[in-house]
Write a protein that binds this ligand. Structure first.
Ligand code: 9WN
Length: 460
């Protein structure tokens, strides 16, 4: 019997787990926002804050709202929401690349007196803001929060539409693997391998991540060179949006970024109605993105979703967890849902039942480059599991959804609130006290809370 199905969580075990998760979020709270982890990531990250706001929304409306509002205080004038907002109190040398590297003040659109990165991350924020409203203990106050955030969310989406849709066919493109949130995924290998770094073009730099985490768990130096080269190019061009779109050597349209963007556009339509604005443009945006995902990222022959390189038109040859995220669309056509569920249940992503395992590995278990502990190249991450869990639930794939839920809770019970986990042994890797792992464990415990009186919950 796989460990993920081995037992049930009692009410008091669930309460204990929730308290431990809240304690992680308290430790990582910095007064107006949450750091992903005090050691490895001592600043505010964009999509991490959206996950954290969702987790907190179940029990601390005020901090959930503040988390998102603090992040949006760093939004650029062109609508771009930066992927990192640097805390000036953190000494230089704690994280690379830090404010000295990014030099966001080179961009006229960057906010005065704040240091941020110059690229973005998956736009989960409108969806997160709506969750905060839905779970609010004080709905009138949450409505005021939505009224304040709405124009900023609209600007974020308008930026992606205006500046990140190079062929005007509905899909936003990433200009850097860091924008994907799945930085080191094999999905970017082909594009990164094709990068030509001219002699002298790579600035000298020192990594700090490997002082906080085992180098075997983190991206290689070769990958970092590419990350740094791309970021330095944008910086040196003053983060000019036109240059970014026309000259970026890395321009990839991916399913996860766009599935989240569709979800948020749909949430934005609901928020528009709540705050008294017209939902129609947001509904139209959500539908346009949906059609683009179906039309351009679906490979009918291979029966799977994948990424598309805008420059070459090539699709990724790799099977990664990205391919499953269109499940977030409640209207995803049945044959596509069935194909995803089939691949998820295949030996590429689902180990044999007899072996102790945890779903879902981030990369095809049978691929030669599969690595059970290296960043995004095999380990299980709670945020990707959580996104798939939401998708599977809404498509009524209940068995698999229950298995994912049990796996997520099983991992944190076994190894704590780590950044990522071994798909077989369940050992934890990367940061400890990792905020989105804690926040999403809280969400999982609340979202399916059984009616009062029912003491048992499915769990490892
Ligand atoms: C670069 C903070 C972030 C997450 C990303 C994750 C990792 C940073 C890094 O940590 O990326 O942005 O230094 O590796 O890949 O998804 O937002 O938790």
């Amino acid at each position: 019997m796989p460990a993920t199905h081995a037992s049930r969580l009692t009410g008091s075990e669930a309460a204990e787990l929730e308290e431990a998760a809240k304690a992680v979020l308290d430790d990582n709270w910095r007064g107006a926002s949450t750091v992903p982890s005090p050691g490895l990531y001592p600043h505010q990250w964009s999509w991490d804050s959206a996950f954290v706001a969702i987790g907190r929304s179940w029990y601390d409306q005020q901090r959930a709202q503040t988390e998102l509002e603090t992040l949006f205080d760093a939004q650029w004038a062109n609508g771009m929401l930066p992927h990192i907002v640097f805390d000036p109190a953190v000494p230089p040398g704690r994280y690379f690349p830090g404010p000295d590297f990014w030099q966001s003040n080179r961009a006229s659109a960057s906010p005065q007196g704040m240091a941020t990165s110059g690229i973005t991350q998956p736009p989960l924020h409108a969806a997160a803001a709506l969750e905060v409203y839905r779970h609010a203990a004080d709905p009138p106050q949450a409505l005021i929060f939505l009224e304040r955030l709405y124009p900023r969310l609209v600007a974020q989406h308008a930026y992606l539409d205006r500046w990140r849709d190079p062929d005007r066919r509905g899909l936003a493109a990433l200009v850097h693997p860091w924008e994907s949130g799945l930085d080191n995924s094999p999905a970017w290998d082909q594009a990164l391998a094709g990068l030509d770094i001219p002699p002298g073009a790579l600035p000298s730099y020192q990594r700090f991540d490997i002082a906080h985490a085992d180098p075997a768990d983190r991206p290689t130096d070769a990958a970092y060179d590419r990350f740094v080269y791309l970021a330095a190019r944008y910086r040196d061009a003053g983060y000019d949006d036109t240059t970014l779109l026309t000259r970026s050597p890395f321009l990839i349209q991916g399913p996860l970024f766009n599935a989240i963007r569709r979800w948020s556009a749909h949430a934005l339509a609901t928020i528009a109605t709540l705050v008294g604005d017209d939902p129609a443009p947001h509904q139209a945006e959500a539908e346009r993105i949906r059609q683009a995902i179906l039309g351009q990222l679906w490979d009918p022959a291979g029966r799977r979703f994948g990424t598309r390189d805008v420059r070459t038109g090539r699709r990724t040859p790799e099977d990664t967890i990205l391919a499953f995220t269109p499940l977030l669309d409640p209207e995803l056509p049945r044959p596509m849902v069935a194909a995803i569920v089939e691949l998820l249940g295949s030996p590429c992503f689902h180990p044999a039942e007899a072996v102790e395992h945890y779903l879902v590995p981030t990369y095809d278990l049978r691929a030669p480059g599969f690595d059970p502990r290296r960043y995004w190249r095999g380990p299980v991450w709670i945020n990707t599991d959580w996104l798939l869990w939401l998708g599977l639930r809404q498509h009524g794939v209940d068995d698999l959804a229950a298995e994912l839920r049990a796996g997520m809770l099983g991992l944190v019970r076994k190894s704590g609130f780590r950044e990522y986990f071994h798909p077989f042994g369940g050992q934890g890797y990367g940061a400890s006290g990792f905020a989105w792992t804690a926040a999403l464990a809280i969400d999982v415990l609340h979202r399916d809370r059984p009616p009062a009186g029912d003491r048992g919950m499915l769990s490892p």
